[in-house]
Structures are given as structure tokens and as C-alpha cells.
Ligand binder design. Structure first.
Ligand SMILES: N[C@@H](CCC[C@H](N)C(=O)O)C(=O)O
Length: 283
């Protein structure tokens, strides 16, 4: 049997599996079983909690001097992802509870580089690090560089951003409401993205305040996506023409996140993290 902890951040939920010796080879089939909501524990993703020095990827092991623990993130379909914003907070909460980190600030290793975490009153704030527009330089002259067609919908222009993982953000036109979108299948994206992409649909609520739904690569619709919330806020800020450092409020079906642009093209995500159950599971 293998120990697990179930947790979530704004209802983006994960199965955490501690692997202090770095001996657990999680296969895609095992990840799918753990993430299965009927036959397994259930989650949008699975996170192996492993000392960074035991990571198999060289680029991750190179982070060991700065970050003792590696968030080895897998999507529910078993695929690897570079980053998970909500996952970093849940991972941080687990490290704190288990006494694996000390103090109010610490670093964690991810496939998208070291992320700096702060304990804050609402949970955790994570510097997601450098982000960039996902297009060729100059291609987003009109604010869009990619087309997205939701199931049963018309194609709409979107802006792609890289938050360590890939995102396409759509501002829904007047007359189309978030509640009316069918996200039971992946939206069609043009040009096609060979590695897949997370797609966020956004409505403006007020100044620096948006609501969003997301279809995640490797999962389907989720109730929140932290890197997606950051991408959505940064895209909306770009379209607004005022690229200052004010914090953005992002409402998702599972709660509310705060996204704060930082100097030097960095961005911070803050919000809650809950650990809800512990147990043993056969893999
Ligand atoms: N839910 C996450 C993102 C998880 C990875 C994503 N599905 C991908 O494949 O890039 C978040 O909170 O950022």
C-alpha cells in the first residue's frame, strides 16, 4: 500500500503521493487509476512529493541546491505537465504540515524551474516566475494569435501565453455567457498545438476583475487552474492597454484567486490550499 493525501486549491484537486526515497515509478496507468473519481481516489492531477536530488530529469535535479522538494506533477490522463499553479500551493501546504520545510518562505522545484512560495493569510502566494506571450514576436499586433472553437460554438480569437505551461485565453464576445459554454470536450485550436494547450474563457466583471472557466490539457474542464488564472489576467491586462502592477481578482467555479503582476515579467498567484484526507491506496 502507498500513502496518499488528497488536497485541493479552489477545488482544483490532487492526489499527493509522498516518495521520500525517490523509488516510486508512477506509470501513466497508475496515475489514471489514482485520479479516477469512481475507481480510485479522484483528482484533476497526481503529485509525487520527491526530494529534488532524486528527480530523473537533469534540469530538475539541477534545482536541488535551491529547492529540496520537487513537485512531480501529472495530469489525470497520466501525462506530465511542466507546472501547476494550484498544485504548488497544495504541495506547499503538504510540505508545511509534514514539517519538510521551515519558515514562511521556501522554494520548490518544478519542471518549469524553481518557484518561490510565501505563506500568506489566505493560504500561499507563489511567484510563478517569468511568463511570456506564446507567439512569434510581432504576431499579436491585433491582440490575438490563435483561434479557439468551443464545442457547439463559433471560432473566436485568442491570445496564447506561456506560464511554464501553455495557455490560450479567449475573451468571450457579448452575447456568449460563461455558463452557456459546453466544455465537455476539448475546444478546437488553430493552429493545432502538437503538445496540447490549456484554454481559458474569460468575462470581465469590473476593473482588474474577471471570471473564467477552463478546459485543461490532460484533464478536461476543471473548477480552477492557477496558471490559467494568471494567463487570463495577463491577457486581459494586455487587451486593456494598461500593463501596470495592480492585482487582479479571478473568479473560477471553485473560488477566487489573486494574480499580481511583478516587475521583470514575473507574476504571483495567491489563494487557498486545503488538505482534506489521508490514507493508503494500492497502486
Ligand atoms: N491545474 C493546473 C495546471 C495543470 C497542468 C495543465 N493541465 C497542463 O497540462 O499544462 C494549474 O493550477 O495551473
Amino acid at each position: 500500500m502507498t500513502r496518499f493525501t488528497k488536497g485541493h486549491g479552489t477545488e482544483n484537486d490532487f492526489v499527493l503521493v509522498p516518495d521520500p526515497e525517490g523509488t516510486l515509478e508512477l506509470t501513466p496507468a497508475q496515475v489514471q487509476r489514482l485520479a479516477d473519481r469512481r475507481a480510485g481516489i479522484g483528482g484533476d492531477g497526481v503529485i509525487r512529493v520527491v526530494p529534488t536530488r532524486h528527480a530523473t530529469e537533469d534540469a530538475v535535479r539541477a534545482q536541488a541546491a535551491q529547492a529540496e522538494w520537487f513537485m512531480d506533477y501529472r495530469n489525470a490522463d497520466g501525462s506530465l505537465a511542466e507546472m501547476c499553479g494550484n498544485g504548488t500551493r497544495v504541495f506547499a501546504s503538504f510540505l508545511v504540515r509534514e514539517g519538510l520545510v521551515h519558515g514562511d518562505t521556501f522554494d520548490i522545484a518544478t519542471r518549469a524551474g524553481v518557484k518561490h512560495v510565501r505563506v500568506v493569510p489566505e493560504g500561499f502566494a507563489v511567484d510563478l516566475g517569468p511568463w511570456r506571450y506564446g507567439d512569434e514576436p510581432g504576431a499579436r499586433r491585433d491582440g490575438f494569435d490563435i483561434m479557439v472553437r468551443p464545442r457547439h460554438g463559433k471560432p473566436v480569437p485568442a491570445l496564447s501565453l506561456d506560464l511554464g505551461n501553455p495557455h490560450a485565453v479567449v475573451m468571450l464576445p457579448d452575447g456568449i455567457e460563461l455558463d452557456n459554454l459546453d466544455l465537455t470536450a476539448a475546444p478546437e485550436v488553430q493552429p493545432a498545438q502538437p503538445n496540447g494547450i490549456n484554454v481559458e474563457f474569460v468575462k470581465t466583471i469590473g476593473p482588474a476583475h474577471i471570471a473564467m472557466r477552463v478546459h485543461e490539457r490532460g484533464v478536461g474542464e476543471t473548477r480552477s487552474c492557477g496558471t490559467g488564472a494568471a494567463a487570463a489576467a495577463l491577457a486581459t491586462r494586455f487587451w486593456s492597454g494598461v500593463e501596470d502592477l495592480s492585482p487582479w481578482r479571478v473568479d473560477v467555479p471553485g473560488g477566487t484567486l489573486t494574480v499580481t503582476p511583478l516587475p521583470g515579467n514575473r507574476v504571483e498567484l495567491s489563494g487557498p490550499a486545503e488538505l482534506v484526507a489521508d490514507g493508503d491506496v494500492g497502486l
